[in-house]
Structures are given as structure tokens and as C-alpha cells.
Design a protein around this ligand. Structure first.
Ligand code: HEC
Length: 166
């Protein structure tokens, strides 16, 4: 190897090392404290199990995201159920699930086949269980605005600004 080539190799090695150094320094600087997953449930284990069972039985997750997992077959832009209990009360949820025409309570922008179906035909116990379980699905305060924004945009198809109540 000639002298000039050696010099170039050394220069490249130095540049690479400097970049690695800068990068690892930046990572220690930029890393924010991990706030974790903002969604949680206040339900006791038994309600969690009964609620999750009903959601599975009625295929709610064909249309709705829950626990951040999006069904890849899901094509309907329906609001996520994560954090829904921080937006809606248990009695609201019960009324909504019990309505013959849920679109009278919550207007839709979707074609009939994608809209929220009526679950008025379920037994009262099942509707109460679902409402209680949904009401237990909460979001941490620091992520609440994100949930409101995403719900608003799903329901209206419009961009959310300043509380979205224009
Ligand atoms: C065919 C798709 C579909 C299925 C299945 C479905 N939903 Fe929905 N749901 C929607 C859509 C779409 C909306 C938004 C309102 C509308 O467009 O009708 C909605 C709205 C809701 C809301 C109100 C959300 C909000 O922002 O306040 C709740 C709660 C809800 N659904 C729960 C359920 C539960 C529980 C099940 C199962 C028992 C279920 N959904 C099954 C499509 C669906």
C-alpha cells in the first residue's frame, strides 16, 4: 500500500469514528424519558374477561382498534376504543349500545354497511357489561388530546383544530 492510500484509509477511519461518537452522544442527549403506553383499564379482572369476550363474540374489533392493535382487515375509519371511557360516560355508552338507531345519537359520515350497528338486540346484562367495560378503558391525561383529536377526525373526516368545535 502506498503512503497516500494509507493516509486516506486512516482519514476514513477517523471520520467514521467521529460520526459514531457524535451519534452516541446525541442519542444520550435526545432520548426523552419513556412515558410508556397511555392506555389502561380500571376494570377488575372479571369485568375485563367478560368485556373482552363480548368484544370478540360480536367482532367489534373488525371495525375498531383496541389496545393499539389495528386489525389489518379493518377498512372502516371508525374511532378507536382505546381511551373511550375518558371521552364517554358509562350511561352514554349504555344508551348508545341500546339505541335502535345509534346514528341518531352519533351522526355518521359513512355508508350504511360501515356504520356502527345497533346492539339493542343483546341482553340487557351484555349491554351493561359492554358499557361498564368500555367506560373502564381510559387514557392518561398527557395523551387525552391525542385521543380527542383522533376521535374527532375519525367521526367527521375533518382536521382537528383548537378543540375542534367549530
Ligand atoms: C361495521 C363496523 C362496526 C362494528 C362491527 C362495530 N362498530 Fe362501533 N362504531 C363503528 C363506527 C363507524 C362508529 C362511528 C359512528 C358511525 O359512523 O356510525 C362506531 C362508534 C362506536 C362507539 C362510539 C365511539 C365514539 O367516538 O364515541 C362505540 C363506543 C362503539 N362504536 C363500540 C362498539 C362495540 C362495543 C362494538 C361491538 C359490540 C362495535 N362498536 C362494533 C363501526 C362499528
Amino acid at each position: 500500500m502506498r503512503k497516500g492510500e494509507k493516509g486516506i484509509l486512516v482519514a476514513i477511519a477517523v471520520i467514521v469514528l467521529v460520526f459514531i461518537g457524535i451519534n452516541s452522544y446525541r442519542q444520550t442527549q435526545v432520548a426523552e424519558p419513556d412515558q410508556g403506553i397511555p392506555f389502561y383499564t380500571t376494570a377488575a379482572t372479571e369485568l375485563q374477561e367478560r368485556g373482552a369476550h363480548l368484544l370478540r363474540l360480536h367482532a367489534c374489533r373488525d371495525c375498531h382498534t383496541l389496545w393499539g392493535v389495528r386489525n389489518p382487515m379493518q377498512s372502516v375509519p371508525s374511532p378507536a376504543l382505546d381511551g373511550i371511557g375518558s371521552l364517554r360516560s358509562e350511561s352514554w355508552l349504555y344508551e348508545y349500545l341500546s339505541a335502535d338507531d345509534p346514528q341518531r345519537i352519533l351522526p355518521t359520515r359513512l355508508k350504511a354497511e360501515y356504520q356502527m350497528p345497533s346492539y339493542a338486540y343483546l341482553s340487557e346484562t351484555d349491554r351493561r357489561t359492554l358499557a361498564a367495560y368500555l367506560a373502564s378503558l381510559r387514557v392518561e391525561e398527557w395523551y387525552l388530546d391525542e385521543v380527542k383529536k383522533s376521535e374527532y377526525e375519525k367521526l367527521t373526516g375533518e382536521t382537528y383544530r383548537d378543540g375542534g368545535d367549530e
